[in-house]
Design a protein around this ligand. Structure first.
Ligand code: ACM
Ligand code: ZN
Length: 751
């Protein structure tokens, strides 16, 4: 997996071409060349190759699978039954797939030449040829992605010379099939979505508290019991048989995707404990949970039977997954059960350990040895390398970049999956009506995903080769109890597959470019320009996605208002808008040029692809910059939300705003109206339970008094919901408008 050093050599080789290429690429874009991830080097030649019924697909020995895949990509939309034949040489009028022993081409690199005479894809390895095919498909009209015959299309390919290779060897996506069970067919579709962008690692989160998804023949209850949750009509779940998993692995391999199974230890294992209670310390009968929480019950580290069990499980796992990596989880373990367990305490004492947490290091070391016998390298969430580990591992960095600095300094490899850029279960925006997804983190816009640099700033030069790459994670805990229908039309149903696609595209395209294209050649506006045709590709391929809002071009102050100009970021779509601050719909006024409005808040615009697919609105948020010292906006009050007589409870969601332990201040800030707001008390709730209260009377009006409330949070948990409940009323009338801000002011003393 570590060919990125050679990747960089290639990049250096093409450095000269690259300089010239910035220019040619911009020209290329005008000619409709929109490849994502952006190739390292691309030159247009001005020629055109026209695909016809008589175009042959030729392949050199060892590339039959790639030739067949190319055939199945080209045949449905063109309706042509291309001849496919082995040939060691390129021929006129053909698409020739060829292997070369040219050592300048890294393992996944390729060269693609399109001239009037033919198309040649050259690589050292089938993986490189596959990547070249993806670039070729992106050079063809968007309709090529359809599985239905497209008529009256000129299947022209612009003449290009591309030399290309990835910056990073690990370009991944994590799919959580535990919290929500995706059927095999969806997993195959997801692999296609990844392969389109040359992503090459599917990190398969097969096990968690909420479901065990892999058939283990020696322990049938893991799937008889552990794969199902709920009762009667609410029973849901499922698992993959070993044959189905082998099919997934083979399907992925053909598409240059390596499937890395995650077999979590020691925590997030309630599904296994539900099947075999003896795996836990308390040997209690659990049920597979039907809602999201992080269980304190975990595998017992004291009993040998736990390790016998894991040894048996890994044996069967490795018969299915040939990857040299196995992900062993390791995140969010709590040690309360180990503390109470005689077996675990005996183990701790016999090893001479001081703290229960050191038992996790022992556990990881034993599992590392166990899988090492099969030649496997362990991958784990960054917790596994925190307290010293006997051998080397791949640390999947999710908390913060400091963890990557220490992991690499300790000699481990690292894959960047930082929550702030890579947790795709978080929505792209906070716009009202946005998908109801994870809220414990701030939104991750397409631009934010794109801004990520796996080669972290501040990382010592000598550790750079230890950064294998990056991946995004699609957790599905927010979907397992999603009964509320979405306001976004294509999402107006309870199917997590639809959510998954919405949350994945277009951000996965950004991730792919972050992992593939050298940083010096990445720029968001250029990426956004190339993206414009990719939404059309998704439509033809049948992939769901989040429709992007129109983009602001300019806002000019003019007499009596503002002149606003926006642009469409999806090829062929329309922009519809309103001028009265109301939400536009697909029949609102068609945007044809700049619009004049009195106040910026009067203008809203949406991208309309068709009557069922349109974006959330672009709008100008109100300007609260003067409240910046108070932190972040959390909620707003208005006359309709408050009483003018009695104190009533006003609730505001603080999930994502309370984002670690610490002291928080909540400020009530008046903005407008005849009356002030009176506050009697403010309480903070975690997962519906009160964890703090500040009781004093405060006033937020033209004059403020005691309008700031304080809390200490010392039991923060990722994924937990936080809420404030304030008792408030209008002072002698409820004509009052204002905002509630929240700020973390420091650490809790004493923890
Ligand atoms: C994680 O998000 N618990 C790795
Ligand atoms: Zn125990």
């Amino acid at each position: 997996m570590r060919e990125h050093t050679t990747g960089r050599t290639l990049i250096a080789l093409f450095a000269m071409v690259l300089l010239a290429c910035t220019q040619t690429f911009a020209e290329g874009k005008d000619k409709g060349i929109n490849i994502i991830p952006k190739p390292v080097s691309l030159k247009t030649t001005g020629e055109t190759f026209s695909l016809t019924e008589s175009t042959k697909i030729l392949y050199s020995k060892g590339l039959k699978e790639q030739a067949d895949l190319l055939f199945s990509a080209l045949s449905p939309a063109t309706g042509w039954d291309f001849a496919v034949a082995e040939s060691s040489k390129a021929k006129k009028g053909a698409i020739s797939l060829l292997l070369t022993d040219n050592a300048d081409l890294p393992a996944e690199g390729y060269s693609l030449k399109v001239s009037a005479k033919g198309i040649e894809i050259l690589a050292q390895k089938p993986a490189g040829v596959f990547n070249g095919i993806q670039s070729l498909l992106q050079l063809l009209p968007e309709n090529i992605y359809s599985d239905k015959r497209q008529r009256d299309i000129a299947w022209d390919v612009p003449g290009v010379e591309i030399e290309d290779a990835p910056t990073f060897a690990w370009r991944g996506m994590m799919l959580d099939v535990s919290r929500y069970f995706y059927e095999k067919d969806f997993v195959l579709k997801y692999i296609d979505m990844m392969a389109m962008y040359k992503l090459n690692v599917l990190h398969f989160h097969l096990i968690d508290d909420a479901g065990w998804r892999i058939e283990i023949k020696k322990y049938p209850k893991l799937t008889e019991i552990g794969a199902w949750r709920g009762e009667g009509a609410n029973r849901s779940g499922g698992f993959y048989t070993q044959d189905e998993l082998k099919e997934i692995v083979a399907y992925a391999k053909a598409r240059n995707v390596e499937v890395i199974p995650e077999i979590e230890i020691p925590a997030h294992t309630l599904a296994a404990l539900s099947a075999y209670p003896w795996l836990g310390c308390r040997e209690m009968r659990h049920r597979v949970p039907t809602y999201h929480f992080i269980s304190r019950d975990l595998y017992c580290v004291g009993k040998e039977s736990t390790f016998d069990f894991l040894g048996d499980v890994f044996k069967e796992v490795f018969e299915i997954f040939p990857s040299k990596y196995v992900h062993i989880g390791g995140d969010e373990a709590r040690y309360d059960r180990w503390k109470e367990c005689d077996h675990c305490q005996k183990r701790k004492n016999s090893l001479g350990l001081k703290h229960d947490r050191e038992l996790q290091v022992y556990f990881t070391n034993r599992v590392q040895k166990m899988v090492g016998k099969y030649g496997k390298t362990i991958v784990g969430w960054d917790e596994i390398v925190e307290r010293g580990l006997a051998g080397k591992a791949v640390a999947m960095i999710w908390h913060n970049k400091k963890k990557a600095f220490t992991a690499t300094a300790d000699g481990h490899m690292a894959v960047m999956a930082l929550t702030g850029h890579s947790y795709f279960d978080v929505a792209e925006s906070r716009t009202p009506g946005e998908v109801k997804a994870a809220t414990w983190l701030s939104p991750i816009s397409l631009e934010k995903s794109y801004s990520f640099d796996p080669m972290l700033k501040g990382l010592d030069e000598k550790y750079r080769d230890q950064i294998l790459g990056a991946q995004a994670c699609l957790w599905t805990d927010q979907f397992i109890h999603g009964t509320k229908l979405q306001e976004i039309l294509p999402l107006n149903e309870n199917r997590s597959e639809v959510y998954a696609e919405y949350l994945t595209f277009p951000r996965m395209a950004a991730l792919a470019e972050v992992c593939w294209t050298p940083k010096s050649d990445r720029a968001f506006p250029d990426f956004e320009g190339r993206m414009a045709s990719h939404y059309n590709r998704y439509d033809f391929a049948g992939y769901g996605y989040r429709v992007p809002e129109p983009k602001l071009v300019s806002k000019k102050k003019v007499s009596n208002g503002f002149e606003i100009s926006v642009e469409n970021v999806v090829n062929g779509a329309e922009i519809r808008y309103t001028e009265d601050g109301s939400r536009p719909h697909s029949h609102s006024k068609l945007y044809t040029g700049s619009v004049k409005v009195k106040s910026l808040q009067d203008f809203q615009a949406i991208t309309v692809i068709n009557r069922k697919q349109y974006s959330l609105p672009f709008f100008f948020p109100e300007d609260y910059s003067k409240f910046k010292p108070y932190g972040k906006l959390m909620a707003k009050w208005a006359p309709t939300k408050i009483s003018d007589k009695n104190y009533e409870i006003f609730k505001a969601n603080a999930t994502g705003k309370v984002n670690k332990n610490g002291v928080y201040e909540i400020a009530f800030l008046y903005t407008d109206g005849d009356n002030a707001l009176e506050i009697e008390s403010v309480a903070l709730f975690k997962n519906g339970k009160q964890i703090g209260e500040d009781k004093h009377v405060g006033t937020a009006g033209k004059n403020a008094n005691g309008n700031v409330y304080r809390f200490s949070v010392d039991q923060y948990e990722t994924g937990a919901g936080f809420e404030i409940r304030a008792k408030v009323r209008g002072a002698r009338g409820n004509h009052s408008y204002g905002v509630i801000f929240i700020k973390r002011t420091g650490d809790v003393q004493g923890i």
